[in-house]
Structure formats: C-alpha cells, structure tokens
Write a protein that binds this ligand. Structure first.
Ligand code: ZN
Length: 306
C-alpha cells in the first residue's frame, strides 16, 4: 500500500504550456513508461477547445489508451461542464476542474466571475455523479495571483465551502503561480481543512517557479496531505499566469519521499529511464531536476541501518 500518491500531470500541465505539440505516439510511450515505473495516477490531458490548446486535441484518444493500462487512474482536466461531458464520453475515471481564487484571473482565464464559475462547477458535478466519475475542484491561484497579488485565505476557505456545496468530492489547493512558501502551505491547508473537513483536502498542486516546491511538499506532509501533483522533468507551467513555469519535478519528489521512508510505489531507477522519451520527442525543451543528473542515493533502509 502506498503512503503517498504521486499524480503525474506533465502530459497536461507540462505540455499545455509549451508551444510545440508532442506526437500522440510519444505521449503514449511516456504514459506507458511512467505507469510501468509504478506511477499509478496520470493526468493525461484536458478537454478544452482544440482551437484554444491544440496540444490537447488528442486527449480522448489518450484516455482510451491509458484506460487499457491496468491499475492506472486516468485523470483529465476540464474547464467547464461542456468539457466534463466530453470527459464522461471518453470514459475518464477522475476529473479536475480549476476554480481560480483570484476573480480577476478567473475572468481573464475562463471569462467567468465566481458566481458563474460555481454554477459551472455544479453543472459539471451533476455530470460526474451521473457517470460515477471522481470530481475534484482545484483551487487555482490559492497562494497568490500574478494579477491580484495576495489572495485572502479566508476567502479561499469560503469559496472551498461553496465548491463543496456545488458538488466537489475533493478540494485541491493549487499554487498556480509558484508564490507559496512552507509556512503559508501549513496555514492554508489548516484553514481550508477546518472549513470543509480534513478528508476533503488531500491534494497539493505545486509549482517550482522559485525553488520552494519540495519545501512546500514537506509542509504539506506535516499537515496530512497525501497526494502531490508533479511533472516529469518539471515540464510545465500555466499559460494564463505570466512568469509561472515548471511543476515540481517528479524524479526529485520520488527521491525525497523514498529517502524519507514514505512509500510511493514508484521505482526511481525505472522512472529515470522515462526522461529520454521527452528529450527525444521535444528536442531542446528545458527539463529540470537534480536527481536525473546526480543519480539516486541511499534509500531509507540503508540510511537507518547506517
Ligand atoms: Zn499547474
């Protein structure tokens, strides 16, 4: 049994933020290789209009392919109820919808203020329920916004309550802009948990924009967070939050958790062999992380025996 679930979001968050389109066959190789390394949840794409994000145009085909991999939870992102219906038609098991805590960002990103977005969440939740799909509302820009600046944590807690009332089965906290620090992670997780219940808040979506990603993971662990989104090679960012780039790096996250004695179910040596698929499919694209260069180190059993 795994202690910590690592949800690979590179095929969605990573690929949507770069201009080049990864060929479908390369995406399939990437997903299959990560699953073979023990990654048990992968966000394979998003159901946004292809005209807006051509990188994600093959999401339905990827869902169909990923569903054939035994033991893999297939996740997609959807921006609205229309995308939710496409996700349901494609047969996804879990869906996440971003709900930006910065109303300015929300209007700019999806042209919806908070009341309109809550209506959209309710409509999407109804479709998820009908199709028995796990439905996560990810609170985007929860730690700060490049446009609005500081985001009031009391408002985040209040909007989390409204999202639950609208049908969210789980609330995720997303550091879309890479503004979070470890003390803030502890405060906000506590505050949102006290608003909607401990069991509702299990996931952190972190970016490593300013190098605080893994420190924020440890802060999350201390508050009982059990799922972390990350991207192989740190590929990624948010095209709607200028300056934001790079999810936390899956390879480094696995190294840290494994060395702490936490079971991720992921074989690091096998995971490190996935990176060449990205290098080959996206030549010249920046990839991040320390572990791919430095290599693995002592695992927990070797450490505590020493
Ligand atoms: Zn992100």
């Amino acid at each position: 049994m795994t202690d910590i679930l690592i949800s690979e979001v590179g095929p969605r968050d990573g690929l949507q933020s770069i201009d080049r389109i990864m060929p479908l066959e390369a995406k399939k190789r990437w997903i299959a290789a990560e699953a073979a390394a023990g990654v048990s949840e992968i966000e394979v794409g998003s159901f946004v209009p292809p005209a807006l994000l051509p990188q994600m145009a093959d999401t339905a085909e990827l869902v169909e392919f990923a569903n054939t991999i035994e033991g893999l939870t297939v996740v997609t992102l959807v921006p609205n109820a229309k995308g939710m219906q496409r996700a349901a038609d494609a047969g996804v098991q879990s869906v996440s919808i971003p709900f930006s805590m910065s109303e300015t960002h929300s209007v700019k990103n999806v042209r919806k203020d908070h009341p309109a977005m809550l209506e959209e969440i309710a409509a999407a939740a109804a479709i998820a329920k009908e199709h028995d799909i796990h439905f996560v509302v990810g609170l985007a820009t929860a730690f700060g916004c490049t446009i609005e600046g500081a985001v009031d944590p009391a408002n985040v807690a209040r909007l989390a309550e409204k999202a639950v009332a609208a049908g969210a089965q789980e609330i995720g906290l997303s550091d879309t802009t890479g503004y979070a620090d470890p003390a803030q992670v502890r405060r906000l997780v506590k505050q949102v948990k006290s608003a909607v219940g401990d069991e509702m808040v299990t996931t952190l979506h972190l970016h490593n924009t300013r190098g605080l990603g893994l420190a924020n993971v440890v802060a999350g662990l201390e508050e009982g967070i059990t799922t972390f989104d990350s991207s192989l090679g740190g590929l990624g960012g948010c095209p709607f939050a200028p300056g934001a780039s790079g999810n936390i790096v899956t390879e480094d996250l696995v190294l840290m958790l494994n060395s702490m004695g936490l079971n991720t179910g992921i074989d690091l040596e096998k995971l490190l062999q996935v990176r060449p698929i990205l290098e080959e499919a996206l030549p010249g694209e920046p990839l991040y992380g320390f572990t791919p260069d430095a290599g693995p180190m002592l695992d927990y059993d070797q450490r505590v025996a020493a």
